[in-house]
Design a protein around this ligand. Structure first.
Ligand SMILES: NC(=O)c1ccc[n+]([C@@H]2O[C@H](COP(=O)([O-])OP(=O)(O)OC[C@H]3O[C@@H](n4cnc5c(N)ncnc54)[C@H](OP(=O)(O)O)[C@@H]3O)[C@@H](O)[C@H]2O)c1
Length: 282
């Protein structure tokens, strides 16, 4: 089973590349998803599965650059989908918890209707719609609040690294305690994605996150508890730190569907500990 990974040097992409035996890593210089003719490289490589992790995901920047957000996240998805259809490959589009509006009190399931509230979320939902409209053999995999050893190349790091840097520097930290999400270690997400594919689960939408959920403040607190960094951490509310893009108040994702198929995810706290160990903080 030949698996092409688009965005191979990215945070999730680099872990995906590690879990598959027969893998074709495609970096941004190998393929430009916004350009249909660039996707022709897939026709030569003939993978059985294409996993598209490419994204423009600086959420606040997307508000000012909707054209770029749609070009990469939606038209890019379309170009990959059309190419997959032509070569008969299974198309895996990596999506986001930000397709939801956050008004639900419980974790979102795959049955919940998306209603994105920022440009990034709208463009990713458009990518989902194009993927499922253009391909019969597709998986839309929604992940959330990623942390991985490579750090998000599109964001220049990840939340864990930012907290550790600022915490160690003795900065007074104010972190929102009214936004809930499911932190996800990219290493665990990559393994689960591989299981979805190797188990040949029915095509469709899947949520893949670590087990459990928390606020960003609780996540930061856990980072400092586990590492023993004596940080000046304070809880705050999102109305005190307005951002350009609105964020869903709750974007925790339910992983009951993959659990039903026998895919277990460890708790985000255990995954965080493992990540911190791997990064040499413990
Ligand atoms: N990070 C999160 O917290 C988070 C949360 C929910 C969902 N997601 C989704 O998860 C996926 C992976 O996120 P990540 O954190 O691993 O992102 P990342 O580290 O920024 O990786 C994205 C990869 O895609 C490449 N890329 C960007 N634009 C491209 C284009 N136009 N054509 C081809 N390749 C392109 C990037 O290469 P260059 O860096 O060289 O441009 C990079 O290797 C994305 O689809 C994102 O929407 C992420």
């Amino acid at each position: 089973m030949k698996v092409a990974v688009i965005g191979a040097t990215g945070q999730l992409g680099s872990d995906l590349v590690k879990v598959f035996e027969e893998v074709i890593p495609l970096t941004h210089s190998d393929i430009e998803v916004t350009d249909l003719s660039s996707c022709e490289v897939l026709k030569e490589l003939k993978p059985h599965i294409v996993i598209n992790t490419a994204a423009y995901h600086k959420t606040d920047e997307c508000e000012d650059n909707p054209e770029k957000a749609f070009l990469v996240n939606a038209i890019g998805a379309r170009n990959v989908a059309l190419t997959c259809k032509e070569i008969g490959a299974i198309n895996v589009y990596i999506s986001t918890d930000y397709v939801f509006d956050g008004s639900k009190e419980e974790p979102y399931t795959e049955e919940d209707i998306p209603n994105p509230i920022n440009v990034y979320g709208i463009s990713k939902y458009a990518g989902e719609l194009l993927t499922r409209t253009l391909c019969d053999r597709y998986y839309i995999i929604r992940v959330s609040s990623l942390f991985g050893v490579a750090g998000a190349s599109g964001k220049g790091g990840n939340f864990v690294e930012t907290m550790i840097k600022k915490g160690k520097a003795g900065e007074e930290l104010y972190v929102v305690n009214d936004i809930t999400m499911s932190p996800t270690y990219t290493k665990d997400a990559a393994v689960a994605i591989k299981k979805i594919l190797s188990s040949k689960l029915p095509y469709g939408v899947y949520h893949v996150t670590n087990d459990g959920f928390c606020t960003w403040y609780e996540f930061a607190k856990a980072i400092f508890e586990i590492t023993g960094i004596d940080a000046k951490l304070n809880p705050t509310t999102s109305d005190r730190y307005p951002t350009k893009a609105k964020r869903p108040k709750n974007s925790a994702l339910s992983i009951e569907k993959i659990r039903f198929y026998g895919i277990e995810m460890r708790h985000w706290r255990d995954a965080l500990r493992d990540y911190l160990m791997e990064k040499g903080y413990l």
